[in-house]
Design a binder for this molecule. Structure first.
Ligand code: PEP
Ligand code: MN
Length: 339
């Protein structure tokens, strides 16, 4: 961390800032003081717990530059090996190609089972389906809630596919445990719901954290660190997911940020998957976005598939039919093996 003092603060100003450093637990051996036109103090060693505001608030300080990010625990600089998260069916997220597929929302036992059979036969290795749906309007289908979790649990038993479903409220954790949810999905809208993230740092199941629309990588990785590093208890099983940002262009539901996939794989050791469905918004966009994501280094995908998308209660237009999904799996498998 670098603390840049204002011009003309003199010895007195420097002393005040050094006293502050001592007060917040920084040893003198960590400090490098450089006097030029202005005075610059370098703070060496682990500064992840130093709050830059302690210095920024001082009238003697011009600016504070953080060199080591607060999400240091997620950084490849300090953890060069990629993290691998094993699912109950043996799939290793972060190593194997993971394909999570299924309907946007759980609508009925028949709908989830028929869709699960399609995705399993085509090569998916986990099943998605929302029981609690974050909808823009209260008038839209909100999900079957506990009944939806029950359906997912029954289909898991029938097909052996691990189940992935969205959690919106920490109060629902006991229900998710009861129905054996394998991956707890945090949706884009709740990416920075810090009380939810803190609660998920205390469970021992993988958490799929979607990037909130419009938030920066720094904000996203700090959100992930709430789960990964926790407070007291930590949950290292975090899977990142790029799902795009809102666009100024009404032609796109969201714009998938391929740069982010490349950055996250370069800077962070956690597995990264992409959601081409909520980015594309339309069925005929999904395969190309999926291929681009895998080519960019994503460890897998979460894709919406429906056995009868014309009659889906949620996101039918972007849900893939059986032939589209089979094509997608074949195409991305080739790209994954060629990397
Ligand atoms: C979903 O996966 O069904 C969903 C609501 O996605 P997002 O949180 O990315 O909008
Ligand atoms: Mn959806």
């Amino acid at each position: 961390m670098i603390v840049h003092l204002k011009q003309g603060v003199g010895e007195k100003g420097l002393e005040k800032v050094l006293n502050k450093a001592e007060e917040i637990g920084i040893c003198s051996s960590q400090l490098d003081i450089s006097q030029g036109d202005t005075c610059v103090i370098g703070i060496k060693g682990d500064t992840s717990k130093v709050n830059e505001q302690s210095f920024e608030n001082m009238s003697e300080v011009e600016k504070v530059i953080r060199i080591t990010e607060k999400w240091k625990a997620l950084s490849k600089k300090f953890h060069p090996e990629y993290s691998v998260i094993e699912l109950p069916n043996g799939v290793k997220v972060g190593k194997d190609l993971v394909i999570i597929a299924g309907p946007c929302a759980v609508e009925s036992y028949e709908q989830v089972l028929e869709t699960a059979k399609i995705v399993k036969a085509a090569g998916a290795n986990a099943l998605r389906g929302g029981a609690y749906k974050p909808r823009t309007s209260r008038l839209d289908f909100q999900g079957l809630e506990e009944e939806g979790l029950n359906i997912l649990a029954r289909v898991k038993k029938e097909t052996g596919l691990p189940i992935v479903t969205e959690i919106m409220d920490k109060e629902d954790i006991p229900l998710f445990e009861k129905y054996g949810v394998d991956i707890y999905q945090v949706g884009a809208r709740n990416c920075q719901n810090f009380r939810l993230l803190k609660a998920l740092s205390r469970i021992d199941k993988p958490v799929l954290l979607k990037r909130g629309s419009g938030i920066t990588l720094n904000e996203y990785l700090n959100a992930a660190d709430y789960i990964y590093s926790g407070n007291g208890k930590a949950n290292p099983k975090v899977i990142l997911c790029e799902r795009g940002d809102k666009s100024y262009d009404p032609e796109h539901r969201n714009v998938l940020n391929i740069n982010n996939i490349v950055y996250l794989k370069k800077e962070c050791h956690l597995p990264v998957i992409a959601d081409p469905s909520h980015a594309g918004g339309k069925r005929d966009m999904v395969i190309s976005l999926a291929k681009a994501s895998i080519a960019a280094g994503a460890d897998g995908l979460i894709v919406e598939v429906h056995y009868d998308p014309d009659n889906a209660l949620c996101d039918g237009a972007q849900s893939l039919t059986k032939p589209y999904f089979s094509r997608l799996v074949k195409d991305i498998d080739k790209i994954f093996r060629a990397r």
